[in-house]
Design a protein around this ligand. Structure first.
Ligand SMILES: C[S@@+](CC[C@H](N)C(=O)[O-])C[C@H]1O[C@@H](n2cnc3c(N)ncnc32)[C@H](O)[C@@H]1O
Length: 311
């Protein structure tokens, strides 16, 4: 075998996994082909161990012919672990370093990409409510998994989590009692419906769907960690195109833009908490030397000032 051919050789398991992902894409439209291969292999092998399939090739047959088997595999491939006020210092940083900017805008558009069962959405809803921004905001909460979104819309969580979430809430700089935001029922708590006001839950696949409005802030935390470099770059570009100039991007604690093709299109707001800001392009000036763009971060064009008049 020549050196070149040897280089391209993939082990049999790698070939089977690729064929499985191709089958999922062709049959169901979910595109996992650019997810990190270590993550995919680990999850496929997990399903193999708990299913009756003897081989990955056999799983391909089952995926194609048994939608419920595919549903189980989808849950395996799309890790849904999440918590309320996950990484509390991030929430403090948003309160202290981002909210002062957002407060100057007349209207705020927020996108939670990969929102899972909604804990992050309710947490930021509480934060924006406490900071007096909720009534002039619109939140889009998206995920590519319909069954997960259904749970997010219900906002019902196990009561066992409440102690931990209460501690997180206070560590995150919460201003009230966490109990003000839910009703307890036997073994579960239901989040207050006011937190769902101005929140739109919607299906969106970061690997295959397009730009999402003119956002002022995007949260995409603990999602890109499962993607390969190519897909990470594509998704960062999608966020770049979805953010208005000066818009904020918040990633998960193990994610970073440091190696992204588009790193220089952002400035760093808080390195530790992974908060970035889309650079404004060099601002066009009026003939009088005023910036032509509004300074409220919306990127809207401002009418040039005519000497002696308020144009
Ligand atoms: C680990 S959870 C993160 C939840 C939340 N952002 C957090 O940090 O707690 C990852 C979520 O990303 C979603 N996801 C994975 N791939 C996706 C894709 N291509 N498009 C949209 N959502 C995706 C999964 O369904 C899952 O709900």
């Amino acid at each position: 075998m020549t050196g070149n051919r040897a280089k391209k050789e993939i082990d049999n398991e790698g070939i089977e996994v690729r064929l499985l992902l191709e089958a999922i894409y062709l049959k169901y439209g979910y595109d996992f082909r650019d997810y990190a291969s270590t993550h995919i292999r680990r999850r496929v092998n997990h399903r193999l161990a708990i299913s009756e399939s003897p081989t990955i090739s056999d799983m391909i047959h089952r995926v194609l012919n048994d939608p419920s088997f595919f549903e189980g595999l989808l849950q395996d491939l799309s890790i849904n672990v999440t918590h309320m006020f996950r990484d509390p210092p991030l929430y403090r940083a948003v309160r202290e370093e981002v909210v002062p900017h957002l407060s100057t805008y007349p209207f705020i558009k927020i996108w939670h990409a990969g929102c899972a069962t909604g804990e992050e959405v309710y947490s930021f809803s509480i934060l924006f409510q406490e900071e007096g921004l909720k009534d002039r905001s619109q939140t889009y909460a998206t995920d590519f998994d319909a069954s997960i979104l259904e749970l997010a819309m219900q906002g019902i969580y196990p009561v066992d989590c409440v102690r931990r979430y209460t501690a997180n809430y206070h560590e995150a700089g919460g201003k009230n009692a966490f109990a003000d935001y839910y009703t307890a029922m036997y073994d579960s708590v239901t989040m207050d419906t006011s937190l769902r006001k101005r929140v739109l839950f919607s299906l969106h696949n970061l690997a295959t769907d397009s730009v999402f409005g003119e956002m002022n802030i995007i949260f995409c935390r603990n999602v890109m960690i499962y993607f390969n470099r190519d897909l990470q770059d594509r998704v960062v570009k999608l966020f770049l195109d979805s953010l208005c100039p000066g818009g904020f991007l918040c990633l998960g604690s193990k994610e970073s833009l440091a190696f992204s093709k588009y790193a220089d299109r952002f400035t760093l707001v808080n390195e530790k908490e992974r908060i970035y800001r889309k650079r404004r392009r060099k601002m066009p000036m009026t003939r009088g030397g005023d910036p032509l763009l509004a300074s409220n971060g919306t990127g809207e064009l401002k009418k040039p000032r005519v000497k002696g008049k308020n144009a």
